[in-house]
Design a protein around this ligand. Structure first.
Ligand SMILES: CC(=O)N[C@H]1[C@@H](OP(=O)(O)OP(=O)(O)OC[C@H]2O[C@@H](n3ccc(=O)[nH]c3=O)[C@H](O)[C@@H]2O)O[C@H](CO)[C@@H](O)[C@@H]1O
Ligand SMILES: C=C(OP(=O)(O)O)C(=O)O
Length: 422
């Protein structure tokens, strides 16, 4: 397994290009199952999760061809469709569950393996099941698989999610786009990735209004056609790289970044003593004079502070002046980076869903282990702030969500190398 070696850094300077959003692209790719015409996605990120979704869609009978070095995905699904999403692929990635809604809508039935729990929490599927059942599907769990059937096709319905789940909103949107009649989804998730999916579905001929708000109205249509859609910028990759100059000092511009995608995060950076500016080409970040100040953070659904930036924010706050409290409200087990950061000299106490971070003057490099995607990158950021060398092992998690991380950070002057497994 590869590892990443980081050495404590001085100020950074330069530009980092921000890729298309992993979490948008993983929802857009299954939309190809909704039409027999080609769907082309531009600005796609080059990540192992995208390759896993490609593998899953191929197993269902769709074709996904990576063009222009993987930045463009030409997808199509005009032949016979296999309704079974097998455990061997689904278990690799939670987002595999996003084929359930499209398969049901196109075929009227689907058999999709449960993704299983993952390191950050149990992540059940009950909200997805309730949402698709509201559209008339009968769904039963047998031998670890969800067996779903909509006799006579899906029918539009009014449904309220018990929690604004991102994935359940995406499955409902795709399924309701081909259902008969009107659907209204209340307490819908409002994340930018939902808005991006709705934009793409509209380009394919779907009738959707209200995406980006808590109530989405979908008028079902008989068929969807092909389209070309650019994947929205990755707000989590953006936030991650914005933290690099916040930690090391200097000034970095994240090209293609949009502040409006992460306003709550930018407010916390401002309070911590980091300047953030939207430019014509991206987002410019520099550290104001003096030490980073402690801030409290609560993770919440959009537009709140994103859970996917909590670990990286903790890395910044480890060396802040004062005590910060981070409350994780989305996933029950998302502080696994804390003990690893403590190996580097951080002073953190975790009690249930709260982590109290007492800022220390300096972190010290150490061997640490990546436990999940965002935890991995938080250890790299902490390594940039530490004295000496940090070796982050198990970085395959990182490759799920960050393309060319070493190259991008090296480009602004960071001391970082990948050591390939022999
Ligand atoms: C591929 C993708 O887009 N992943 C993102 C998506 O995950 P994902 O779509 O899985 O996240 P959800 O919004 O569904 O999950 C939020 C919370 O709801 C719970 N839940 C969810 C569904 C369900 O049926 N039952 C249930 O209890 C989950 O366990 C979790 O505690 O949104 C999360 C929250 O912003 C992000 O952290 C993930 O990076
Ligand atoms: C939790 C994440 O992804 P996934 O939902 O694919 O596990 C993430 O992107 O931080």
């Amino acid at each position: 397994m590869d590892s990443i070696v980081v050495r404590g850094n001085g100020p950074l300077s330069g530009q980092i290009p921000i890729a298309g959003a992993k979490n948008a692209c993983l929802a857009l790719m299954p939309a190809t199952l909704l039409s027999d015409e080609p769907l082309t996605l531009t600005n796609a990120p080059r990540l192992s999760d995208i390759r896993t979704m490609t593998e899953l869609l191929a197993s269902l009978g769709a074709e996904v061809t990576a063009l222009q070095d993987g930045k463009v995905l030409a997808t199509s699904c005009h032949g016979e469709i296999n309704p079974v999403a097998d455990y061997d692929i689904v278990r690799k990635m939670r987002a595999s569950n996003l084929v359930l809604g499209p398969l049901l809508a196109r075929l009227g039935h689907a058999v999709v393996s449960l993704p299983g729990g993952c390191a950050i929490g149990a992540r059940p599927m009950d909200i997805h099941v309730d949402a698709l059942s509201a559209l008339g599907a009968e769904i039963e769990l047998k031998d670890g698989y969800l067996h779903a059937e909509a006799k006579g096709g899906l029918k539009g319905a009014v449904h309220e999610l018990r929690f604004a789940s991102v994935g359940a909103t995406e499955n409902f949107l795709m399924a309701a786009s081909l259902a008969k009649g009107t659907s209204v989804l209340k307490n819908a998730a409002r994340e930018p990735e939902i808005v991006d999916l709705a934009k793409c579905l509209r380009a394919m001929g779907a009738q959707i209004e209200g995406d980006g708000t808590s109530e989405i109205v979908i008028e079902g249509v008989d068929r969807l056609h092909g389209a070309t859609h650019p994947v929205v910028a990755d707000r989590i990759e953006l936030g991650t790289y914005m933290l690099a100059p916040a930690i090391c000092g200097g000034e970095v511009e994240c090209l293609g970044g949009r502040i409006d995608l992460i306003e709550s995060f930018c407010e916390k950076l401002d309070a911590a003593g980091v300047s953030v500016e939207q430019t014509h080409t991206g987002v410019k970040v520099s550290r104001k004079n003096g030490r980073i100040r402690a801030v409290d953070v609560v993770t919440e659904p959009f537009p709140g502070f994103p859970t996917d930036l909590q670990a990286q924010m903790m890395a910044l706050l480890c060396t802040a002046e004062g005590t910060s409290v981070l409350e994780e409200k989305i996933f029950e087990n998302r502080f696994m980076h804390a003990p690893e950061l403590m190996r580097m000299g951080a002073n953190i106490e975790v009690h249930g869903g709260h982590a109290t971070v007492h800022g220390v003057e300096k972190l010290k490099g150490a061997p640490v282990m990546a436990t999940d995607l965002r935890a991995s990158v938080s250890l790299i950021l902490a390594g940039l702030a530490a004295e000496g060398e940090t070796v982050v092992s198990r970085v395959y998690h990182l490759d799920r969500g960050y393309e060319r991380v070493e190259e991008k950070l090296k480009g602004v002057g960071a001391h970082i190398e990948r050591v390939k497994a022999s």
